[in-house]
Write a protein that binds this ligand. Structure first.
Ligand code: FAD
Ligand code: NAD
Length: 466
């Protein structure tokens, strides 16, 4: 069978690329080794984690916030099995939706492990061992990533676990030790903290979410600590041992002292690694870079001219929406268009509560690049909307060029920050100034008024409600 485009991997990069290519008139096949489509994001990533975050958030609100709104319920309880089952149903519906989209767009779906025979042929090895080879003029590698670990950790996937197992535990841990204060650690740590577990996050860097704006990390750490999460920054983990049902995490603190954390589960969340095992890249001559990512140029083309790669398996942020954009770009490029991605404007979100979201440059990045900038900050607690809901933690910070007033970065900690950030992304896509943002009429009362106020603070230093 011959296709214009073969996509290997059905995560958000792969399936979106397949749809866009089909929309542009290409004959497309997609290969997925698992029985369900959607990749990490839909099966063991974005969607299941958000389902558990939402369920645990409802419970936490019922326990901690209902009373202040004048609502009394008998002591709220939860059925963890039901929560996990609901999450599974959400995943099932969502992955089923991708199957529907493949059919709708006349995309042939092959289930099995895809591996290169040469630069134009891919062999599919099915679960029953049978094989089939298909031919493609162009091939897109969208094989994503897998959790990484530390060399001295032996993941038993029972008590020393990755995010995949943390999304389907049979019980709420008594004490969950999380190695890594990044996005996964804080999101899944929040889930179990809200459900009553003790949670200790052990982070190597001096701050959690180390790549985010320093003010954001500080505020997030403050609110998570207020929620009862224990956070040990500047702690390098040196060993993880299991003793029956107990897990012992040994680390060295910044003064060089040995410390021990004892819990019943340990979630290892120290990043993810590109996944190329079994792909047979050597048969096609595709090169990796020194970080084991598939090496690509600005068109996401590998060193083999008809083979492209997108998403977590290539350089850049490991985010579903980044993978999707790259999928669209490659499909459009192969259809003769001239697409473009503005990598600086890929938003990043952490779904803790309050949420955290950012787009553009951090203050440290601007300082390091020697850019003269001004900052405007507005606290969420000064908003009528925040007082009405009770979500008063957080702030919006707008960074703008000191001379031109162009918005260079927006950083938000606060209720619904994940959605709020898109106003900033749109503004920055059109190279808006802080004054532009400040002069746009924002609905009242909304959380988005904090964006307007922070922009005004950056522009003329005079927010109206502070
Ligand atoms: P993947 O989604 O990893 O898909 C790759 C697919 O390729 C997989 O299905 C795999 O089975 C298949 N495959 C691999 N090799 C082969 C082969 N040889 N043959 C056939 N098939 C193969 N990102 C966000 O933007 N927002 C979030 O809220 C978010 N939450 C997350 C929560 C968790 C717990 C995790 C783990 C990740 C989260 N991410 C989130 C990251 C997001 O899931 C990834 O960035 C995204 O899935 C990458 O998409 P992809 O298409 O590159 O690869
Ligand atoms: P991450 O890179 O976000 O965080 C890993 C953390 O582990 C970092 O803070 C790092 O300093 C720390 N770390 C590394 N080595 C350590 C050590 N020896 N001891 C202690 N800490 C150590 O990675 P992640 O949280 O595993 O997430 C993986 C990927 O999945 C990320 O790239 C992220 O973008 C993506 N993801 C995104 C979302 C989202 O968009 N909401 C949610 C989950 C995951």
């Amino acid at each position: 069978m011959k296709y214009d485009i073969i996509v290997i991997g059905s995560g958000p990069g792969g399936y979106i690329s397949a749809i866009r290519a089909s929309q542009l008139g290409k004959k497309v096949a997609i290969i997925e080794k698992y029985a369900t489509l959607g990749g990490t994001c839909l099966n063991v990533g974005c969607i299941p984690s958000k389902a558990l975050l939402d369920s645990s958030h409802h419970y936490y609100d019922a326990v901690n916030h209902f009373e202040s709104h004048g609502i009394s319920v008998e002591k709220p309880t939860f059925d963890f099995t039901k929560m996990v089952e609901r999450k599974a149903t959400v995943v099932e519906q969502t992955t089923g939706g991708i199957k529907y989209l493949m059919d709708k767009n006349n995309i042939d779906v092959f289930e099995g492990l895809g591996s290169f025979v040469d630069a134009t042929h891919v062999k599919i090895t099915k679960n029953d061992g049978s094989e089939e080879t298909i031919e493609g003029t162009n091939i897109i590698i969208a094989t994503g990533s897998k959790p990484s670990t530390l060399p001295f950790i032996s993941l038993d996937k029972e008590r020393i676990i990755t995010s995949t197992e943390a999304l389907k535990l049979k019980e709420v841990p008594k004490h969950l030790i999380v190695i890594g204060g990044g996005v996964i650690g804080l999101e899944l740590g929040s889930v179990y903290k809200r459900l009553g577990a003790d949670v200790t996050v052990v982070e190597y860097a001096p701050k959690i979410t180390p790549t985010m704006d320093a003010d954001v990390s500080k505020e997030l750490q403050k609110v998570l600590k207020k929620q009862g999460m224990k956070i040990a920054t500047s702690h390098g983990v040196s060993a993880v041992e299991r003793n029956g049902d107990e897990v012992i995490v040994k680390a060295t603190d910044k003064k060089g002292r040995e410390v021990e954390f004892k819990g019943d589960y340990c979630l290892v969340a120290v990043g993810r690694r590109p996944y190329t095992e079994g792909l047979g890249l050597e048969n096609a001559g595709v090169q990796l870079n020194d970080r084991n990512q598939v090496e690509v140029n600005e068109h996401l083309q590998t060193n083999v001219s008809n083979i492209y790669a997108i998403g977590d398996v290539v350089k850049g942020a490991m985010l579903a929406h980044k993978a999707e954009e790259e999928g669209v770009v490659v499909a459009e490029y192969l259809a003769g268009q001239k697409p473009h991605i503005e990598y600086n404007l890929i938003p990043g979100v952490v779904y803790t509560w309050p949420e955290v979201a950012a787009v553009g440059k951090t203050e440290d990045e601007l300082k390091n690049a020697g850019v003269a900038y001004k900052a405007g900050k507005f606290s969420m607690r000064a908003l009528g909307r925040s007082r009405a809901s009770g979500d008063i933690d957080g702030f919006v910070k707008v960074l703008a060029d000191k001379t031109t007033d162009e918005v260079l970065g927006v950083h938000i900690v606060g209720a619904r920050a994940a959605d709020l950030i898109m106003e900033a992304a749109v503004a920055m896509e059109y190279r808006a100034s802080a004054e532009d943002l400040a002069r746009i009429c924002h609905g009242h009362p909304t959380y988005s008024e904090a964006v307007k106020e922070a922009a005004k603070a950056a522009w003329d230093g005079k927010p109206l409600n502070a």
